[in-house]
Each structure stands twice: as C-alpha cells, then as structure tokens.
Ligand binder design. Structure first.
Ligand SMILES: Cc1cc2nc3c(=O)[nH]c(=O)nc-3n(C[C@H](O)[C@H](O)[C@H](O)COP(=O)(O)OP(=O)(O)OC[C@H]3O[C@@H](n4cnc5c(N)ncnc54)[C@H](O)[C@@H]3O)c2cc1C
Ligand SMILES: NC(=O)c1ccc[n+]([C@@H]2O[C@H](COP(=O)([O-])OP(=O)(O)OC[C@H]3O[C@@H](n4cnc5c(N)ncnc54)[C@H](O)[C@@H]3O)[C@@H](O)[C@H]2O)c1
Length: 472
C-alpha cells in the first residue's frame, strides 16, 4: 500500500493536464485531476477549438465570395450568404463535443476528476475547495497546470459586449461593422481573418514598430501584404491603446510608444483586446512551498521540475502556459509527457527548437525553430555562418492548380554542417506542411540529407523539398 492517496495529482484539466494524465495512466500511475472551471481549459473552451471552427466557417465564406478566383478555374457560384448565429453554433457545438470526449477519456482511463479549486498546502499535499467542503489529497507528485488568462492593459475596460477579449470573441455573439483589434499577434491576426471574411472593417493597433513583431521578418512582410493590406484593414504601429472605454461608440485613446503623447482618439463599434496572456498562478499555494513566480510564471527547468531559488523543489512539476516557456496547446501536452517520464525515472527534456507553431489565417503561417535574426545571433555566439533558402508557392504545381499561389517557404541552416535551424512558411496548408520540418529539426538533420528525401508530386510539400535542394 502506498502512503499516498495518488501517485500523481494534477491541478488544471486543460490540454497540459489532460496530456499529462493520459501519459501517467500509460505509465501505470494512479492519477487524479483537479479542475475548477470547464474541463478542457482554454484550448477546448475558449481557444484553439472554437477559434478554428470560426476560421473554418469564415474561410469558406471568403473562398466562395472570391468569385473571380473561382471563375479563373471555370466555377461560378450564385452568391454566398451566412448566418452569424449558425456559425457561432458550429463553434459552440464543436466545443461541447470535444469537451465531452476529453472528459470521457479521463473517465475511461479511471483518472479521478475532482471538481473545485486546488491549492498546494504542503509538500505532496493538495487541498481542493469542493462544493461539499475542503478535501485534502496526498500524492507522491503534484503537477501544476493552471494555464493562463487574457492580459488586459491598464486603462482598458472590458464590458464583454463592445470591448472584449478572445474569451468573448470566440462566441461570436455579434458582428459589428467596425472593429478595432488591439495586438497583431496570433489572436489579433486570426480574428482579423474571421471578421474581414464576414464583412467587418478592422483597425489594427500594434504597440511595436512593426506588425507581427514575433514572426520572421520575411514572413511578416508577406503576411502584411496578403493578410492585411489586401483587406479592409487599416493599421497603426508604434502606438499603445492607453484607454479603451466601452459604449456606443467605443472610445480608444492611442499614445505614441516613443513620445508618450496621445496621438489620436478613435471611435469604433467594438474592440477586441488581443494583447497577450498572463499566467493564472495566484492562489495556487506556491508560497506554502516557498516558490516565487517570475512575472507570475512558475519557474521550471527543461524536465518541468519547479525551481525555488534555482534549485529543484522535489515532487513538484509545472507545465503549460503557466510556466511561460511556449504558450501553445501541443507544447503544454508535450511538457506534461516529459514531466511524467521524469517522475517515472526516465531522463527526458523538452526540445523547444522542434515544436512548431501556426496561425490559422487564410493563407496560414507556420514556423519551427529559429527566425533568421535568432539564428544569426546564435551563429555569432557559437562561430558559424547562417544560410537561408526561399521557395515560392507560385512555382509549385499543386498551388498553381488550386490557384493559391501567395506564399513562401524559408529554410534557415548552418552553412558549415547544413543543420536545419528553422523553417518558416506562409501559404496554403502551411500548418500541415511544417510538421516534416519539425521532425527534421527534432533529429537535428542537415539540409544536405533532407535534399535527398523524395516528395510526392504534385504536392505542396515540394515547396519544402525545393527549399532543401536550394540550400543543400
Ligand atoms: C483564442 C485562442 C486561440 C488559441 N489557438 C491555439 C491554437 O490554434 N493552437 C495552439 O497550440 N494553441 C492555441 N492557443 C493557446 C492554447 O489555448 C494554450 O496554450 C493552452 O490552452 C494551454 O494549456 P494549459 O493546460 O497550460 O492551460 P489552460 O488550457 O488554460 O487550462 C488550465 C486549466 O486549469 C484550471 N485551473 C487553473 N487554476 C486552477 C486551480 N487552482 N484549481 C483547479 N483548476 C484550476 C482552469 O480552470 C483551466 O481549465 C489559443 C489560445 C487562445 C486564447
Ligand atoms: N494559432 C495559435 O497557435 C494561437 C492562436 C491564438 C493564440 N495563441 C496563443 O495565445 C497567446 C496570446 O495571443 P495574443 O495574440 O493575445 O498575444 P501575442 O503576444 O501573440 O500578441 C500580442 C500583441 O499585442 C501587442 N500589444 C500589447 N499591448 C498593447 C497595447 N496596449 N496596445 C497595442 N498593442 C499592444 C504586442 O506588442 C503583441 O504584438 C499567444 O502566446 C499564442 O501563443 C496561439
């Protein structure tokens, strides 16, 4: 008999906690998961899933409304209409289905689900505030997966109707004519794609000098042309939204990022605040173990062990958005698996370099590994030169057949060894195309070897094949 109630207790049933629970069961661990809100967390209820349903439906509208594109292929349609509330139902129904599937998968695997707020009260001890009172659970290991919530800058007032975050936007409860989107990151870009497809005009406000500041510069340049300039989107860069007041109209005060002077006041119908996310690490009981967060994030090493003053806190792990390493769903579940492996005595670390990311715009953007500036910085420190090769969707037979020729693939590699360091794609199906590059980076392959892999013809994957051959 174990001295503990469980081998593992997980706090938070988002994708991080869920991925960890499935792997823990596979490894033979008696597991419980604690959830205070919706099973499935952000990704399933307010993130990846509903946003991708909205992008899928609005993407169809965009495609069918582009009559000249269809006519170029000899196809004509008799006009396209859509029903906003039916599109919203499509997203809600998908959320319910996937939340149900996730909940059932835990039941099937005999993971105990405990509903309520979980807190670490002592080493290897968790207290859960349940509807029927406090429940104390002991476990050999505790994994913290509390996730994140939208960051709302000071001066921005959310009413959930005219000024809102992605938590409200995924429900598509209205479709105002003129929407300001604050932030040109993933959420800003994806929602601008949905809104413009459904006929809204957008004003995009970005604090940095350039739009999409985190993307590789070549990709950001094309994305700006294809996803922003060719659509009903006006942009402001280098300005902060310093005050946003809900109402009819919504008032937005813009302040120059350098001079700190108010430069303009906008009046719009609605405002989506997409200015990043912050960790949900308050009231988790971290102070009971002396763990200090860093800007709210839980410090961890690459085995996902929680750190206190740089030292490992025994039997305490943290995965997902709350550790701030890579705020993506698959990174969260990947980290969960790594943590479980380590608690079972297997020495595993996470390889962030090979984890891909994608924005599901039309066309899509994806990347894995380093951007060109990051690769050059690494090359400067480690003494190697960086090579790049680019190929164009307009030279790809499949893209030409589809008449979807906007986009490039860019490959970044070490000139001395040929090691693939990063791949960036903008173009049709970029989110699927990136996986072969992610696998290549995971095994640190060289463009010289990759150039010999045979790709099916005619496929979009030849965009990468061609890039490897140019580099190799
Ligand atoms: C609009 C949007 C679109 C996105 N699209 C994508 C995408 O396409 N692809 C992608 O990879 N990522 C996407 N993301 C990011 C993705 O949703 C997150 O990276 C992912 O959800 C993180 O998972 P997590 O398990 O760390 O946390 P979460 O999913 O946030 O789950 C944490 C869970 O813990 C619970 N919890 C917190 N504290 C406690 C406590 N003390 N006790 C009990 N329960 C607690 C919460 O209720 C929550 O259910 C998107 C995010 C947003 C907002
Ligand atoms: N497809 C996906 O994988 C996907 C989709 C959506 C969200 N996500 C995840 O969700 C997280 C949050 O996304 P996000 O788009 O909110 O954040 P983000 O960090 O990607 O982008 C936020 C942008 O807002 C700007 N900004 C911040 N404050 C501002 C202000 N006051 N005025 C003007 N601009 C301001 C920032 O400079 C930045 O460019 C990301 O970490 C992302 O990984 C992923």
């Amino acid at each position: 008999m174990s001295q503990f109630d469980y081998d593992l207790v997980i706090i938070g049933a988002g994708v991080g906690g869920h991925g960890a629970a499935l792997h823990a069961v596979k490894m033979g661990l008696k597991t419980a998961i604690v959830e205070a809100g919706d099973m499935g967390g952000t990704c399933v209820n307010r993130g990846c899933i509903p946003s991708k349903a909205l992008l899928a439906a609005s993407g169809k509208v965009r495609e069918l409304a582009d009559t000249s594109h269809l006519q170029d292929m000899g196809v004509s349609v008799g006009g396209v209409t859509f029903d906003r509330s039916a599109i919203a139902s499509h997203a809600n129904d998908l959320v319910s289905k996937i939340r149900g599937d996730l909940t059932n998968s835990l039941k099937r695997l005999k993971v105990d689900t405990i509903r309520g707020w979980g807190k670490v009260v002592a080493p290897q001890k968790v207290a859960v505030e349940t509807e029927s009172g406090e429940k104390i659970i002991t476990a050999k290991d505790i994994m913290l997966c509390p996730g994140s919530v939208p960051f709302v800058p000071r001066g921005v007032e959310i009413d959930g109707k005219t000024v809102y975050t992605s938590d409200h936007a995924v429900r598509l409860e209205s479709l105002p004519q003129w929407i300001a989107v604050i932030g040109s990151g993933y959420i800003g870009l994806e929602f601008a794609d949905v809104y413009t497809a459904l006929g809204s005009e957008i004003t995009m406000i970005e604090a940095m000098d350039k739009l999409m500041p985190t993307f590789d510069p070549d990709i950001a340049k094309i994305a700006e042309k294809v996803l922003i300039n060719s659509r009903d989107i006006e942009t402001y860069t280098g300005v902060f939204a310093t005050k946003v007041i809900p109402g009819t109209p919504v008032m937005i005060e813009l302040t120059d990022a350098k001079t700190k002077e108010v430069v303009e006041v906008l009046e719009v119908d609605a405002c989506l605040v997409a200015t990043g996310r912050i960790p949900a690490t308050e009231n988790l009981g971290l102070e009971n173990l002396g763990v200090e967060t860093e800007r709210g994030f839980i410090p961890v090493n690459d085995k996902m062990q929680v750190l206190k003053d740089g030292q490992v806190v025994p039997h305490l792990w943290a995965v997902g958005d709350a550790n701030g390493k890579m705020m993506l769903a698959h990174a969260a579940s990947g980290q969960g698996i790594v943590a479980v492996e380590n608690m079972c005595g297997n020495d595993k670390t996470i390889d962030y370099r090979s984890i891909p990311a994608a924005a599901f715009t039309h066309p899509e953007i994806s990347y894995v590994g380093l951007s060109e500036p990051q690769a050059k910085e690494l090359g400067k420190n480690e003494g190697f030169e960086v090579g790049t090769a680019k190929t164009y969707f307009k030279a790809n037979s499949k893209a030409l057949a589809e008449k979807e020729t906007d986009g490039i693939a860019k490959v970044i590699y070490r000139k001395d060894t040929g090691e693939l360091l990063g791949v960036h794609i903008i173009g049709i199906h970029a989110s699927d195309l990136i996986q072969e590059a992610a696998n290549a980076i995971a095994s640190r392959q060289s463009v010289h070897e990759l150039a010999f892999n045979v790709h099916a013809h005619p496929t979009l994957s030849e965009v990468l094949d061609e890039a490897y051959k140019r580099a190799g």
